[in-house]
Every structure is written in C-alpha cells, then in structure tokens.
Design a protein around this ligand. Structure first.
Ligand SMILES: [Zn+2]
Length: 272
C-alpha cells in the first residue's frame, strides 16, 4: 500500500454561506481517502484540510471545513477519479463480477458498493425508436415473466417491463409516443395492447411456422416476402424472413437482460 501525505494550500476561500473570503484557520482535520492504484498497489491519501473562520458578522456559519471540488466530495472516502473508475466497472459488469474485477485491479470493493455506485450514475436519456420489437421472457419459469422492448433496427435494449400483460405494455406505449412499427410474436395479448395504444401503428408478427409473417395495422395485409410490405417495414421483414423465429434478435438480448435483472435482485423482487 502506498500512503501519500498531503495538505491543502494556504489560500483564502469563500464562506459557503455568505461568500466572504477568508484564510483565518480555526483548526485542522485529517481525512483518509483512497485514490486510484499505482503499480497494482492501493493508494491511501492522508489529507489535512483546514477549518476556517468566517469573519462576517451575522453569518450563521461561524466556521466551515474547506472542500476540494473535483478531487474529493463531501463525506466521501474515495477520490472522485477512483469513484469514476468503480462506476465504469460496475456499469459493465454489475455487482459481483465488478467487485471481482476491481479486486484484481487493486481496488477492493464489495458488490454492494459496486451496485451503489451504479445506482448513482445518471440514467441515459431514453430515445424512443421508430421500430420496436416486443417479446416476453421468464425470470422464473411458470412463475414470473417480464416483457422486453428493443430497438428492432439496432438491437439496443429500450426497456424491461414487469409482467407480460396487455395493460403494462399499453401504458408504456401511451407514455412513450413515437413508435410506428411493432414487431412481436403471435401473442394476442401484445397485439391487443398495441391496437389500443397505437391504432395507427404497423404490427409485424410471426406465427412461428416457416417464417410466415403477417403485417397488420394502418396497412392491413399479409405478406410472405420482404418486398410485399410497405417501404418502412421492409428492413424489418427482411430480418424476419432470414431467420425461422421473428424475435430471434429480441431473444438474443434476453439472456443479457436476465443476467442484469438477476444481479439487481432488489429491483426484480419488487415485481409481481
Ligand atoms: Zn459566512
């Protein structure tokens, strides 16, 4: 382990309440914080920070502890850059796997810490795709199911909904307008949900036999070749007829979703 002793500069800083600049020292504090590893060894910084006196009369904050923005956040025991590293690992691997890899990189963290850092990350802005694929999958076979929604053109996961009933999918579609084409299996439940929420949307379904495809919606008709559909659905239909199962792309995404859902057990357990 590498121990670094450091102290802050003797410069004047503003009071967080009234903004009066001061360098009058009331006392000192020691902070022990972990930093990014060096040469596969953990680094601990023993940092001395000042407690300063606010000279302004009437300011309710008589003394205050100085902060080091960009390097260390209030009450944190890890530097900002170390927290960033842990967050990136957790973002890719979730709890246990992130903890194992971080340990190999000389950043020992528990899986709870990895998940906590993951939950602190801001959620990416959800962009609703024009063409979506919808399918169900079992979290626990015959007991608990969920619905996955993907971008049918890129394969990107868009959302995972608890349950596989029509009302859940219908409410999500109503809250996220912009979908024009819905690719699904032969499920009448999903068909009804799409019909109620998006009456003008095109539904592309697979009946599970010989790659047969039907297209319903604003352009009600059936098709067995990619060229038979409207221009907007041709790429989707081509993808369907090239494989025996229409939602093969969706199902390939499901395994990764199940892994992430199972690793975040508290969120999954809240589902019915
Ligand atoms: Zn003040």
């Amino acid at each position: 382990m590498v121990v670094v002793t450091a102290r802050t500069r003797d410069v004047a800083i503003p009071c967080p309440d009234c903004g009066t600049v001061t360098a009058k020292v009331h006392g000192y504090h020691q902070r022990m914080v972990k930093d990014v590893p060096v040469d596969d060894r953990q680094v601990v910084v023993r940092l001395r920070v000042r407690r300063l006196v606010c000279p302004a009369l009437g300011c309710r904050r008589q003394t205050f502890r100085e902060q080091i923005p960009g390097l260390l956040q209030r009450h944190q025991r890890r530097t900002v850059r170390l927290v960033r590293q842990i967050s990136h690992v957790a973002q890719e691997l979730c709890g246990r796997a992130a903890a194992r890899l971080a340990g190999l990189l000389a950043v020992p963290v528990s899986r709870s810490t990895a998940l906590r850092r993951l939950r602190c990350l801001p959620l990416p802005r959800l962009e609703i795709p024009r063409v979506i694929g919808v399918d169900d999958f079992a979290l626990r076979r015959r007991q608990r199911y969920a619905t996955i929604i993907i971008d049918a053109e890129t394969g990107r996961r868009v959302e995972v909904l608890p349950g596989r009933d029509a009302a859940t999918l219908e409410s999500w579609l109503r809250e996220h307008p912009g979908v024009e084409v819905v690719c699904r299996d032969g499920s009448a439940t999903y068909a009804e949900a799409v019909r109620r929420a998006l009456p003008d949307a095109v539904q592309v379904s697979d009946d599970g036999t010989c790659g047969a495809i039907s297209v319903t919606g604003s352009c009600s008709r059936s098709a067995r070749t990619p060229d038979a559909g409207p221009p907007s659905t041709r790429p989707v239909l081509a993808a369907f007829t090239s494989r025996p199962r229409a939602n093969a792309g969706t199902r390939s995404t499901i395994s990764s979703v199940k892994a992430s859902v199972c690793s975040t057990a508290p969120a999954a357990s809240a589902w019915p």
